[in-house]
Design a protein around this ligand. Structure first.
Ligand code: GLV
Ligand code: MN
Ligand code: MN
Length: 408
């Protein structure tokens, strides 16, 4: 049994029109009009394939093949993108899963276990990192949901309403682990390992530990024209000092695999003619080892304190989250490797430096991930690209991994 590459590429091409940007990428942040339109389009595709559709209270979509009782084999990824993102992150996994289910449906020989495509809502964390899979695995209380605000300032509850979902439904999303036999997600690697090794298939061993937090440098707002330079308590100086040392902190406190990023700053009050009162430096830091992650966090806070003292401002740190590295299931990994081997694909076992919904699904079911190469390792940018023959290889490995897990 083989997937249809032509049909898969046509879908990929059409999906990329939702939120298309002039430079060839997509802007499809969660619950934006482009995201909602893409979800509508996908629902129609699933319906055309004869799959049974369902949506839960947080906006996850499910499309099922087979009405046998018992746990299903789940597969899927996400359709939302980062701001100014690429066409492949998440989207490729969803479409490969759809293509695999469609191929199985057309074969006329359904496997013993049902299969279910899942499209997780807000993987990219406009409202909450891995929102949809977190809702499936542990759920959210109403008061937490009511407080969630997106990067654009919109409330999640308003976003849900715009998607036709009553926010009261969003507290009822958890799934019984007994209903999930296994989960498999195909995704672009978003790094250079596979390309460098000349391998078409990656079997993901584990997903990186991820920290998020905010350093707030506090100074004194003053007139930009009348306050002499030596009389200022400018928090921008503290933040700039910290950021200029960040690479060194990672080199000293990390283990060679660590990364730390500030991709967002908030400046208050935020006007050209006011010395800032407050600068918030949002941090994303990652490492496959929890202990290293904690040491890195501590080293960053220490450096921020030293910079604040040097520039006569204050600093405080608030941890947003710290998630453990997640090993993926050995059995699912072995199945993926076996299938790839049988199909004559070159294979590499590797960790994931990106977060994925699989890290949540691993809490309720045996979970595995298939990586396909990313050209030049580029991702979270319109430069994302994966070659057609790599897509075909990945989709066929996914297809036969699903068949095997579903008992064929
Ligand atoms: C998800 O894309 C992440 O931030 O790793
Ligand atoms: Mn991403
Ligand atoms: Mn992704």
């Amino acid at each position: 049994m083989h997937i249809s590459l032509d049909r898969l590429l046509a879908d990929l091409h059409e999906l990329a029109t939702f939120g298309a940007t002039v430079d060839g990428g997509v802007e499809r942040t969660s619950f934006s009009p482009a995201d909602l339109a893409a979800r509508q389009w996908l629902s129609q595709r699933c319906d055309d394939a004869g799959l049974t559709l369902r949506r839960d209270g947080i906006g996850n979509l499910f499309a099922r093949l087979g009405d046998q009782p018992g746990p299903a084999v789940w597969t899927g990824s996400h359709l939302d993108s980062v701001p100014n993102g690429g066409r492949f992150d998440g989207a490729l996994g969803v479409l490969c899963s759809l293509e695999a289910l469609r191929t199985i449906a057309e074969s006329g020989t359904p496997p013993p276990r049902p299969l279910q495509l899942v499209v997780f809502a807000d993987e990219e964390g406009c409202y909450h990192h891995l929102l949809g899979s977190t809702a499936v695995v542990q759920g959210f209380d109403a008061d937490i949901l009511a407080e969630m605000v997106g990067r654009d300032g919109r409330r999640l509850t308003d976003a849900l309403r715009s998607a036709g979902i009553d926010p009261a439904e969003a507290t009822t999303t958890t799934v019984d682990p007994a209903d999930v036999h296994a989960f498999v997600e195909l995704h672009i690697e978003q790094g250079v390992t596979l390309e460098g090794a000349g391998a078409q298939i990656g079997v993901v061993e584990s997903i990186v530990g991820l920290g998020g937090g905010a350093l707030t440098f506090l100074g004194r707002a003053d007139h930009a024209g009348t306050t002499p330079m030596h009389l200022r308590r400018d928090p921008m100086r503290g933040a700039a000092c910290f950021l200029s040392h960040l690479q060194q902190v990672v080199a000293e406190a990390g283990d060679g695999r660590s990364v730390a990023t500030c991709g967002r700053l908030a400046v208050a009050p935020g006007a050209d003619n006011i010395v800032a009162q407050r600068i918030t430096v949002f941090l994303d830091f990652r490492d496959p080892d929890r202990k290293v992650l904690e040491a890195l966090e501590q080293a960053m806070v220490q450096r921020a304190r030293a910079c604040a003292a040097e520039h006569d401002v204050e600093v405080s740190y608030e941890r947003g989250s710290l998630t453990d590295p997640v090993p993926l299931d050995e059995g699912v990994r072995a199945t993926i490797a076996e299938v790839a081997d049988e199909q004559g694909r070159t294979l590499r076992h590797l960790p994931s430096g990106a977060g994925h919904d699989s890290q949540l699904m691993a809490r309720i079911a045996p979970a595995g991930m298939i990586f396909v190469p990313s050209r030049d390792g580029r991702s979270h940018s319109p430069a994302e690209h994966t070659a057609a023959d790599d897509i075909e290889a990945g989709a066929n490995v996914l297809l036969h991994t699903l068949l095997r897990l579903a008992g064929t």
